[in-house]
Design a protein around this ligand. Structure first.
Ligand SMILES: Nc1nc2c(ncn2[C@@H]2O[C@H](COP(=O)(O)OP(=O)(O)O)[C@@H](O)[C@H]2O)c(=O)[nH]1
Ligand SMILES: [Mg+2]
Ligand SMILES: [Zn+2]
Ligand SMILES: [Zn+2]
Length: 506
């Protein structure tokens, strides 16, 4: 069998070889005849395949990238927001405040991981994505800036400044508490954590602008953490520091002014005086009792921290937050820091309270009987000029630009008008200013005050209520003068039910 196979194999070989040679020769002939065509076809095939492969690759890469972008931006598989540490605001970041950028980085990183070096081909995609994100960030941050500008601008135009009635410091912006979880938001402004609204970590949203009602939230002073009941930032604040020696009559005057305004507001049809906070509520409760003729106010214990009495005065559609700082001079005589005094730089109207009976020249002019009767009413402050010096120094220290020259208004309020009446020093019908200069010897003080403040006016007040419980008209006259720069509406309101009488004349 092997012999037959060997024979067959031997005979087939030359034929096969011949066939091979023929084939090669014919292929060679074809190649020689058609070589350019072949080359062209081969090259076209290669190029075509290459292009197809490149297109397919790009499509795959693009799809990979878009898939990651979709996952990150819409699929919820985005990088986690870092948990804010104690110093950061307890609110989620707005998309422009980090996540837009983090999402871009995450999509690029993940696509790169999946595509290795081929990812380089995605450079145009990434560039386009980055440009879109950049444009979005620029628009969002411009809007944040514009909103802040409008908010601050409106407050500047309406001359709204915010001062804490507790620590007397100026607030750049109040802190707010979330209505649901009570977390404290210190910097509620349009920014990284929201443009018009921000989302607290508990998911409750809060407005970022006082314009949009941020003032309605529970508010704190960012310096001293005390609650601010007067919704700072909404209405103008009228600061009224009362200066004067101990026992001059500041506390009683503050109560009298509160009572006078309360009665005047009650009399008007669309006016109100709303006490804000404990100090003003106390004045409201006790105003009538404190103003009774036989009442004696207790001296403010030294060292007791005096909180400004804050009340909202409404006249028609306008509102004004009154902040009366009792015992300004007494408090600051001791250890005032410049920061504590800064509120004086915010005030433009000041009150110097003078006890006429304390002045030795006045006391000497009284008859022996009058002195006997009034001895118990006399304070120990003998020299109003000393008290004036305190006002001046404190106000100067509180001012941010002391070199500005005389500015502001000073009411020199001579108290105890009711006690002076009918005595040998009664001014009678004489102008109060002349009486103060000649009888009280305040000529020098008034001249200095005019040089320091510009506008100075003398009042003689009686912080006592009449038999019908009405505040003395002198208090209405004083209140009207104090409020005049805030608008005629408030001054007219302060004039009260009866036309303001005596006490206001110069
Ligand atoms: N009759 C009368 N007493 C006054 C008047 N102003 C203050 N007093 C009294 O003067 C004393 C000292 O007043 P106060 O307001 O406590 O002085 P302060 O230390 O400046 O706060 C108190 O007994 C007041 O009742 C006033 O206009 N009329
Ligand atoms: Mg007092
Ligand atoms: Zn404060
Ligand atoms: Zn919350």
């Amino acid at each position: 069998m092997s012999g037959v196979r060997g024979h067959d194999g031997g005979a087939a070989r030359p034929e096969a070889a011949l066939l091979g040679v023929l084939l090669l020769v014919s292929v060679g002939a074809v190649v020689v005849l058609l070589r350019w065509w072949i080359l062209a076809a081969v090259v076209s095939l290669l190029v075509g395949t290459g292009v197809l492969a490149a297109v397919a690759g790009l499509v795959v890469l693009t799809w990979l990238y878009l898939r990651e972008v979709h996952r990150v931006m819409l699929g919820g598989d985005h990088p986690a927001e870092p948990v804010p540490d104690g110093r950061e605001e307890p609110a989620h970041r707005g998309y422009h405040g980090g996540p837009a950028w983090w999402d871009l980085c995450a999509a690029v990183r993940r696509t790169w991981r999946a595509s290795a070096l081929w990812g380089v081909l995605l450079l145009p995609h990434v560039t386009a994505h980055a440009l879109v994100v950049g444009a979005y960030l620029a628009a969002a941050w411009s809007l944040a800036g514009a909103l802040r500008l409008v908010d601050t601008g409106l407050r500047t135009v309406r001359r709204i400044r915010m001062v804490c009635p507790e620590c007397y410091r100026r607030l750049p912006y109040p802190a707010y508490l979330c209505g649901r979880c009570g977390r404290r938001h210190d910097r509620v402004r349009p920014g990284a954590r929201g443009l018009l609204r921000r989302r607290c970590r508990c998911d409750r949203t809060l407005p970022t602008l006082i314009l949009l009602g941020a003032a309605d939230l529970e508010t704190l002073c960012p310096h001293c953490d005390r609650p601010l009941e007067h919704r700072p930032g909404e209405a103008r604040e009228f600061l009224l520091p009362l200066f004067g020696g101990t026992g001059a009559g500041k506390t009683r005057l503050a109560a009298g002014l509160h009572l006078a305004l309360e009665q005047a507001a009650r009399h008007g049809s669309d006016s109100y005086l709303e006490p804000l906070g404990e100090e003003a509520a106390r004045l409201s409760r006790e105003g009538a009792r404190v103003s009774a003729p036989d009442h004696r106010t207790r001296p403010t214990p030294p060292g007791r921290k005096v909180r400004a009495a804050t009340a909202r005065l409404g006249a028609g559609r306008r509102a004004l937050v009154l902040q009366v700082f009792d015992a300004a001079g007494e408090r600051f005589n001791r250890s005032a820091t410049t920061e504590e005094l800064a509120y004086l730089g915010e005030a433009s109207t000041f009150v110097l309270v003078v006890d006429p009976l304390g002045i030795p020249a006045v006391w000497r002019c009284l008859t022996a009987a009058e002195r006997d009767r009034l001895a118990g009413e006399r304070s120990h402050t003998r020299d109003p000029e000393l008290a004036y010096g305190t006002v001046r120094d404190e106000v100067e220290r509180g001012r941010r630009s002391p070199e500005r020259g005389p500015s502001g208004r000073l009411a020199v309020v001579v108290t105890r008008g009711d006690l002076v009446r009918g005595t040998s020093v009664d001014p009678g019908a004489a102008p109060v200013r002349e009486w103060a200069e000649h009888r009280l010897g305040l000529g020098n003080l008034l001249a200095r005050a005019e040089a320091d403040f510009g506008t100075v006016r003398v009042f003689l007040t009686s912080a006592v209520a009449g038999p019908d419980g009405r505040a003395d008209p002198s208090l209405h006259g004083l209140a009207a003068w104090l409020l005049l720069p805030e608008g005629r509406a408030f001054a007219e309101l302060a004039c009260g039910p009866a036309p303001a009488a005596a006490g206001g004349a110069r």
